[in-house]
Write a protein of this length. Structure first.
Length: 418
């Protein structure tokens, strides 16, 4: 099938990496793509936030399937325009994508569907924020209600920091709000579920590392690394998430007339009181996608097309490699604050020459001399695959050692001691 993939980050490069190697894919266009996707597919410039522009491009390339990677185009209604053009699309419509676009809406849906999650207050004034912080106590969990590229959450013992983040969230406009939640103890996991609006098919679980520094120190980021599988996960966890979280959520959205077609990302905490939802996203997560897809042996194109066309119930069981995968993110100087772009990147090809290693581009570009340079916060994801977590981790870090980027930041403890 002819596939149009929308996006330009490491998540999209991971998707392109799997789709390009898939016998079911006859052609692959990535829009706008990045220098990494340009090596395995045809990059085409497009305004990814313009529903009409994406729909026009889908017609132009005669796409059989459009896959929308990032969250912002989904919330902007890009999937709606593509569906209106009569083209199959993997990604929820704008209304269903509000599950990620508004944490308050997600809480409302979870309450209606009896999905276990953290207690929360949705606040629109600082007086409400103060009352909510007093009610829950530290550690304080403060979440921007809207999209924030994975960096809208502050978890802190510092009440002043919690208040400052909340104030920034509610002050953006008169309608802005912030969500104050109880703190959830226990390890977090990510489980991606394909949905065609009725049927749910889970992928392999993963765990990511959100803090910038080793030992989970420093500010929250979009994610600094991940690994899969989770050898410590309780038996039956995936089935429990499907039955208690994913299916009830999909059914509730269908009941409301906004069927969820695409990828339901379930961010979960295994607390002392049982399973709880930390957050929902309406698309593949980054960097978990990099390790989950590295282990997928089934046809990704076929699975995404089945979800887009309402036929997941006919999809054969997905096959997973017994190998493990670990990814380590290299971020630019200054990330997650103001980053320095334009620094030259060397050694990516040397890293990919190593056994069990591939490098995925996130924030990269080529300069006037044709050299690869940093062009974003998270710059590269180095993925290692091995017989177990330790082998995969060693491969990933061997790849990292081959890459030179002035001021690069990366954690040295991704998947350590698993």
């Amino acid at each position: 099938m002819k596939i149009l993939l929308i996006g330009s980050g490491a998540r999209e490069h991971a998707l392109a990496h799997s789709l390009a190697a898939d016998p079911a894919t006859t052609s692959l266009v990535v829009a706008p793509g990045n220098p990494g996707t340009g090596r395995i597919a045809r990059n085409v410039a497009v305004d990814a936030l313009s529903p009409d522009a994406v729909a026009d491009l889908a017609r132009e390339v005669a796409a059989d399937l459009v896959v929308i990677g990032p969250e912002a185009p989904l919330v902007a209604g890009v999937a709606d325009a593509v569906r209106a053009a009569g083209i199959a699309v993997f990604g929820p419509n704008g209304d269903a994508a509000t599950l990620e676009g508004s944490k308050a809406f997600a809480k409302e849906v979870m309450a209606a569907a009896a999905v276990p999650t953290a207690m929360a207050h949705v606040c629109q004034t600082m007086d409400e924020v103060t009352d909510a912080l007093d009610a829950f106590g530290p550690p304080y969990v403060v979440k921007d209600d809207g999209l924030a590229a994975g960096k809208g959450v502050v978890v802190t013992e510092d009440r002043t920091a919690a208040l400052d983040h909340a104030r920034a969230c509610v002050s953006r406009s008169r309608r802005s709000s912030v969500v104050i939640e109880e703190f959830l103890d226990g390890p977090e996991i990510s489980l991606f579920c394909l949905s065609d609006g009725q049927t749910v098919v889970p992928l392999a679980p993963a765990q990511d590392f959100k803090r910038l520094g080793d030992g989970d120190t420093g500010p929250n980021t979009g994610g600094m690394g991940a690994y899969s599988p989770l050898p410590w996960a309780p038996e039956g966890l995936v089935d429990e998430v499907v039955e208690r979280v994913a299916l009830p959520t999909v059914r509730e959205l269908a009941r409301r007339g906004t069927p969820f077609v695409g990828l339901l990302y379930c961010g979960l905490a295994l607390t002392s009181r049982g399973l709880r939802v930390v957050e929902f996203n309406a698309r593949f997560g980054d960097p978990e996608t990099q390790v989950v897809l590295a282990r997928l042996e089934s046809s990704l194109a076929t699975a995404l097309h089945a979800a887009a066309t309402g036929s997941l119930d006919q999809l054969p069981d997905l096959r997973w490699s017994a190998d493990a995968a670990v990814t380590v993110v290299l971020a630019a100087h200054g990330y997650p604050g103001q980053v320095r772009n334009g620094d030259r990147i060397d050694g990516a090809e040397a890293a990919e020459a190593l056994d069990g290693v591939h490098v995925l581009h996130a924030g990269t570009a080529t300069n006037a001399e044709g050299a690869l340079v940093a062009a974003g916060g998270r710059v590269l994801s180095v993925v290692g695959v091995g017989a177990d977590i330790a082998d995969a981790r060693n491969a990933a870090y061997a790849g990292v050692e081959k890459i030179q980027l002035d001021g690069a930041q990366f954690r040295t403890d991704i998947a350590a001691n698993i």
